[in-house]
Design a protein around this ligand. Structure first.
Ligand code: NAD
Ligand code: IPM
Ligand code: MN
Length: 357
């Protein structure tokens, strides 16, 4: 089949890891007889440098003509002094907002061969870590009223946390639908002991749950959830949570699996159109060194094949290739341990692509 994919590498290591994602996609094309055409799009700091804005209007139109978006990461110290509205991250926020990508799926699981990389104790890891965090991506504190004003003590800034029943309902439904395909367990994470938005969140999730009587619903306060992720992650199967809590908890889940460089994501709208990206950022501390782990992006390509392109076999082939490359002992520095073979970003991409047969 023929597909058109928008390729948005962004900044820093985003550029390196997306290149490897495309390499793997091309390999899938060769092996399974698909044609992938690419639209290369600038976003973030690189787009600011070229055009003075983190995303061009025409790029949105180009994305609309594609089957999916493959995204790297945006941002970096070079653009940190810019006002919020002009920052690289606004380019990504705009894509999320314009396409209504409210459902952010962030699976986290421990690969068998990376168990010793986890900072968690063996007895914790033995019980497993295989969860799906579902994060609202277009509401909450990120996208509501914000600003600066003169307050009681002089200058102050505010970001309003706000959720509508509609926004909570649609992301909750997504979580319950996914739970039906998994272990039929949802833990909704909130801060209902302190926040009004969380109270409405909890009440609404309880309502939605009535439509899914087979799914067991539990609620957990976010501070406890952070603790449980570190010492008892097997209690989670599907986590449903807000934008800000989900952002923080997904990095925590990432590091528990060995490296934040291993975690993929999909951001979907109501009609199933999506943006696929690793959960990590541009990693300024290692950018330009050619050592970033591309596996999170490669795993995001697998999610794209399954969800956006309806190619589950091809997605499974990528998953097997990732497992195999790890089994064969290849590691980028973030997941390196004694006795394994240290490789670069490009080598990891090539070795993974070669394992797709
Ligand atoms: P980060 O995720 O970029 O890096 C955190 C740590 O993880 C660093 O030590 C980094 O070296 C390491 N790391 C991340 N990805 C890795 C990979 N693939 N392989 C090996 N190591 C990896 O988070 P940060 O440092 O807080 O943010 C840097 C910049 O990225 C900021 O400008 C931030 O706004 C941006 N950011 C963008 C996105 C996105 O575009 N989706 C996501 C997160 C952060
Ligand atoms: C992520 C990132 C973004 C977020 C930043 C870049 C705004 O951290 O995708 O996890 O917080 O959503
Ligand atoms: Mn994040």
């Amino acid at each position: 089949m023929d597909f058109k994919i928008a390729i948005i590498p962004g900044d820093g290591i985003g550029v390196d890891v997306v290149q490897e994602g495309v390499k793997v996609l091309n390999r899938i094309g060769e092996v399974y007889g698909h044609t992938f055409k690419y639209e290369h799009i600038l976003a973030g700091g690189s787009c600011i440098d070229a055009h003075g804005t983190p995303l061009l209007d025409e790029s949105i139109e180009i994305c609309k003509s594609c089957n999916a978006i493959l995204f790297g990461a945006v941002g970096g110290p070079k653009w940190d002094a810019l006002p919020r509205e002009q920052r690289p991250e606004r380019g990504l926020a705009r894509l999320r907002r314009e396409f209504g990508l409210f459902a952010n799926l962030r699976p986290a699981k421990i690969y068998e061969d990376l168990k010793e990389n986890s900072p968690l104790k063996n007895r914790v890891i033995e019980k497993g870590l295989d969860l799906m965090l579902i994060r609202d991506l277009t509401g909450g504190i990120y996208f509501n009223e914000k600003g600066r004003r003169e307050g009681k003590y002089g200058l102050e800034a505010y970001d309003m946390e706000c959720y509508s029943v509609m926004e909570i309902t649609r992301v909750a439904k997504k979580a319950f639908e996914i739970a039906m395909q998994r272990k039929k367990r949802v833990i909704s994470v909130d801060k209902a002991n302190a926040l009004e938005t969380s109270k409405l969140w909890r009440d609404t999730v309880i309502e939605v749950a009535k439509e899914y009587p087979e799914v067991e619903l539990k609620h957990m306060l976010v501070d406890k959830a952070a603790m449980e992720l570190a010492c008892n992650p097997s209690v989670f199967d599907v986590i449903l949570t807000t934008s800000i809590f989900g952002d923080i908890l997904s990095d925590e889940a990432g590091v528990a699996t060995g490296s934040v460089g291993m975690l993929a994501s999909a951001s979907l709208n109501e009609s199933g159109f999506g943006l696929y990206e690793p959960i990590h950022g541009t990693a300024p501390d290692i950018a330009g060194k050619g050592i970033a782990n591309p596996l999170a992006t490669i795993a995001s390509v697998a999610m794209m094949l399954e969800i956006a392109l309806g190619l589950p076999q091809e997605a499974a082939a990528i998953d097997r290739a990732i497992n195999q490359v790890l089994r064969d002992g290849y590691r980028t520095p973030d997941i390196y341990t004694d006795g394994t073979t240290k490789v670069t970003t490009v080598e990891m991409g090539t070795l993974t692509a070669e394992r797709i047969a």
